[in-house]
Ligand binder design. Sequence first.
Ligand code: FMN
Length: 177
Amino acid sequence: MHFNQLLRERYSIREYKSQKVSKALLMEVLEAGRLAPSAANKQPWKFIVVSEEDNLNKLKSAYNREWFKKVPQIIVVCGDHSESWKRSFDSKDHCDIDIAIAVDHMTIRASELGLGTCWVCHFDPDLVKELMQLPDGIEPIALLPIGYPLENKPPYKIRKNLDEIVFEERFGNPLKK
Ligand SMILES: Cc1cc2nc3c(=O)[nH]c(=O)nc-3n(C[C@H](O)[C@H](O)[C@H](O)COP(=O)(O)O)c2cc1C
């Protein structure tokens, strides 16, 4: 599929078939994450694939939503703050930015492979840390359910118009067409 079409067609999937994704396909998605750019090429990401029922059920309790109880697999995307680049001027930690790019790569590659994903950040971080046995400095940043979509594509994307978000020369100055 053409990249532009992929961008238009990817959307968050919250209903999945129970079938799990093969290791080979999962590896394709993880590889897309691995290839992401990162500040100073620090690659401060770690991906934990959770597929076993017992572990999945425990992890699902970190995000208490009906749809999430039925997801067949979850990738826990973590950021390593001891590795991520910090800007010298103000020490801004770029970990979240790097992780977001890696997750975006994975969601788009998954979509290309006919798989569905949905970013989840509204989870209990302490519970995820405990369940995943994360060492200090490693933060769970996103839970990424992955599987075969059950739902139909929404008719259109809800997005702001370009003229609301793009300016020319300075903030607030509309871009002339
Ligand atoms: C950083 C981030 C965090 C998100 N967290 C959640 C979440 O906790 N639960 C959820 O259902 N969706 C979550 N989403 C999905 C957004 O709601 C969704 O991407 C947005 O509404 C646009 O819809 P689309 O992905 O279908 O284009 C998150 C998305 C992003 C990028």
